[in-house]
Design a protein around this ligand. Structure first.
Ligand code: SAH
Length: 277
């Protein structure tokens, strides 16, 4: 067990599930509705411990999950929702040790699960046009990891990915920006054979453009597009039904696999009649 420590941001959750955010600092006092508790009484406790304020209000002291952390972190750009943050690393097949290109970094919400997925031996290179967004994202990422991943397994490039990708033979390319079709020619050049291209896009015309670009490039197979919907339910005694509100739309995910075609001389004679020309 790693005890709650001074400097951590935690959640105090009441019995109705309401969440109060608290930045733990030794020597400080938390005030709530006329009651108090010293941060020092919380520091050192196990994650999930119950705490009691001066006149009896009780809370559970919990470390935020990554989904909660990303929803609350400071934003430059619009962030991806947890449902998409959960799906993207698996559908892009990010694996430990992979070299992954991301663009843009935005607020860094996707960067964190991508770093988790590449692990200690992987590398993530994130292209971001706006320096102010990059700075904000780095701050969010450093606050999340106790050891800064910068310069070690994370490199942030303050440049447009539409102009090109510096790295060679990359394993995966993950894009959350408006014109991923402009990245397709660079993916043709810099993605290794067997590598995966993934883009997240909010509107249909954008999807049409990226799919057309992938098809025209002639080196992508398994070009697939889908969306996900997460519908929360309210389960309360005999009232068991979908919640009244949900996020009805976030974006479409398109994936494609880079392949290497046989050059004509390598195709065996016998099968030349059924060549797809
Ligand atoms: N996935 C991010 C949000 C990305 S928002 C998150 O969850 O936090 C889109 C980002 O792409 C913005 O920060 C924008 O500045 C950046 N961007 C747009 N065009 C770009 C380009 N050509 N090259 C690099 N970054 C770009």
């Amino acid at each position: 067990m790693i005890p709650l420590a001074s400097g951590e941001r935690i959640h105090l959750v009441d019995k109705k599930g309401r969440v109060y955010r608290l930045h733990l600092k030794a020597g400080e006092i938390f005030h709530f509705s006329g009651e108090t508790i010293a941060h020092d009484e919380i520091i050192g406790l196990e994650d999930g411990s119950e705490v009691v304020l001066s006149r009896g209000i009780r809370f559970f002291a919990l470390r935020p999950t990554l989904a909660e952390y990303t929803l609350h972190m400071k934003r430059g750009a619009q962030i991806l929702y947890p449902k998409d943050l959960a799906i993207i690393p698996l559908w892009a097949d990010i694996y430990p040790g992979a070299t992954v290109i991301e663009a843009g970094i935005g607020s860094g919400a996707l960067t964190i699960p991508l770093l988790n997925a590449v692990g200690d031996k992987g590398r993530l290179i994130s292209y971001e046009l706006r320096e102010d967004f990059a700075r904000r994202a780095i701050k969010n990422i450093e606050d999340y990891f106790s050891v800064s991943p910068l310069n070690d397994r994370l490199l942030v490039r303050n440049q447009s990915i539409y102009e090109g990708i510096v790295e060679e033979a990359v394993d995966r390319i993950v894009l959350d920006l408006p014109e991923p079709h402009l990245v397709v020619p660079h993916a043709v050049e810099k993605l290794r054979s067997g590598g995966i291209f993934l883009s997240f896009l909010p509107t249909v015309p954008q999807v049409e453009k990226v799919v057309a670009a992938l098809q025209d490039a002639r080196v992508f197979e398994s070009i697939e597009t889908f969306e996900t919907m997460l519908r929360p339910w309210s389960v309360d005694g005999r009232s068991v039904r979908p919640s009244l509100r949900m996020v009805a739309h976030s974006g479409f995910i398109t994936t494609a696999r880079k392949v290497t075609r046989l050059v004509r001389e390598q195709v065996p004679e016998a099968s030349s009649f059924d060549l797809d020309t």
